[in-house]
Design a protein around this ligand. Structure first.
Ligand code: PEP
Length: 248
């Protein structure tokens, strides 16, 4: 019922021209699979993504968006600009932005509102740091983050929201949550979404796992009942690995 999504978060990697060649290779080599492919790339790569990926069935998007609609905000990129470049998705609340740029849940909620005004689907990242996991408080921490980041946010349908559970201690570290631990969190997130938006909405909302997903651990993670794919950093940069993730 929920279409698997394998979303690559390229972070600040590759030049625009390298990206263009990579997109073309993906279009040529894409396996015949039911999984949806999406690439979240630097702003500078988006025009090439539109040029190469348009009408390919592969989606693209950004890694952030401004909380403002327009105006004197030097360096910011608006949801309107992303919409014009054909973005289907944008990441909000990635832990690297929360920690390096002090982004609060309230700011994340504002960004989600801006995206939804243009029907760009937010991929909302939540997840606990190591000390919270070690203290056994990961469920309440992550659900609290979800609640605060979705304050005042009413997506028109489950197709307008993706949640990514990304335990901070697993991002870029090579450490992955066990499929069982990840599934327990995903189940709790879905139950929370049911309380907030209703059961039918929750059942159709995709919840991705992120944190050192690789071709050799993806099948075990993605086969959990509440894990609907992955938000993948490092492994999405290598075409062979990304192709294998689409087949996991
Ligand atoms: C991420 O960037 O969201 C991520 C999960 O990175 P990695 O797969 O490299 O851990």
């Amino acid at each position: 019922m929920r279409k698997r999504l394998v979303a690559g978060n390229w972070k600040m990697h590759k030049s625009p021209s390298e990206a263009k060649a990579w997109f073309s290779a993906l279009v040529r080599q894409r396996p015949n699979t039911q999984a949806e492919a999406a690439l979240l790339v630097p702003f500078t790569h988006l025009a090439y993504a539109k040029e190469v990926l348009e009408n390919s069935g592969i989606h693209w998007g950004a890694q952030d968006v401004s909380a403002h609609r327009e105006g004197a905000y030097t360096g910011e990129v608006s949801a309107l600009m992303l919409c014009d470049l054909g973005c289907r998705y944008a990441i909000v609340g990635h832990s690297e932005r929360r920690s390096h740029h002090a982004e609060s849940d309230a700011l994340v909620a504002q960004k989600m509102l801006r995206l939804l005004e243009f029907s760009i689907v937010p991929i909302l990242c939540v997840g606990e740091p190591l000390e919270v996991r070690e203290a056994g408080k990961h469920l309440s921490y992550t659900l609290g983050q979800l609640e605060a980041s979705l304050a005042g946010v009413e997506p028109a349908s489950p197709a307008h929201l993706v949640v990514a559970y990304e335990p901070v201690w697993a991002i870029g570290t090579g450490k992955t949550a066990t499929p069982e631990d990840a599934e327990a969190m995903h189940q709790a997130i879905r139950q929370w979404l049911a309380r907030r938006y209703g059961t039918a909405f929750a059942e159709e909302t995709r919840i991705l796992y992120g944190g050192s997903v690789k071709p050799d651990n993806a099948t075990a993670l993605f086969s959990q009942p509440n894990i609907d794919g992955g938000l993948v950093g490092g492994a999405s940069l290598k075409l062979d690995d990304y192709l294998r993730l689409l087949l996991a």
